[in-house]
Design a protein around this ligand. Sequence first.
Ligand code: GAR
Length: 220
Amino acid sequence: MARLKLGVLISGRGSNLQALIDAAADPSYPAEIAIVISDRPEAAGLERAARAGIAHRAIPHPSREAFAAAAAAALRQSGAELVALAGYMRILDGDFVAAWRDRLVNIHPSLLPAFPGLHPQRQALAAGVRFSGCTVHFVRAEVDNGPIIAQAVVPVHPDDDEEVLSARILTVEHRLYPMTVRLFAEGRLRVAGTIVAIAGATPPENAMLNPAERLVSAGG
Ligand code: GAR
């Protein structure tokens, strides 16, 4: 079977891109990366694409419209059928988002709709939440908004700083994004309004408590 062609948009480090590259290195994975596009020429993720022998381009961002037009042309040329934002740190042009509706996904390091926008890990720490995580969702015009496909949860520890929490979330991002792209590639996602139905996926049974139940002694 032909593999789904994936376009990936990045701005920086590209560790989520690397997770997708690693997943697609297995020929039985149902997607392959057709092109990597960065708005920043110095993005380390472009090196990762180069090392993996994947087509990659830096596209300048003089304006949202100009970037979107050039990116759309490059994506079309690559044959991309799904676009994954992997640490793409700018707001996309509205017409681009509309053109790729339900074929454009984003990963964000919080349990949306909590903590959209910049520094979500810092926001989570400031709010004192006991759990955070990451969300993969279909992209809509509003930033970090759109039908949720999948989420992963991590505990927040009392001594966490932004760096430690970000690293803990990142490890689950690297599992969640390839899994979500697989679900899309296998045609198992149906969007109805704000809700995504996933064919043949079983939700987990277990609740997780923080602090852990077994560590709370009677009376403290
Ligand atoms: C990731 O944590 C990703 O979730 C986040 O930027 C980081 C990129 O890391 N994206 C956003 O905050 C988008 N709103 P990476 O370049 O190593 O994949």
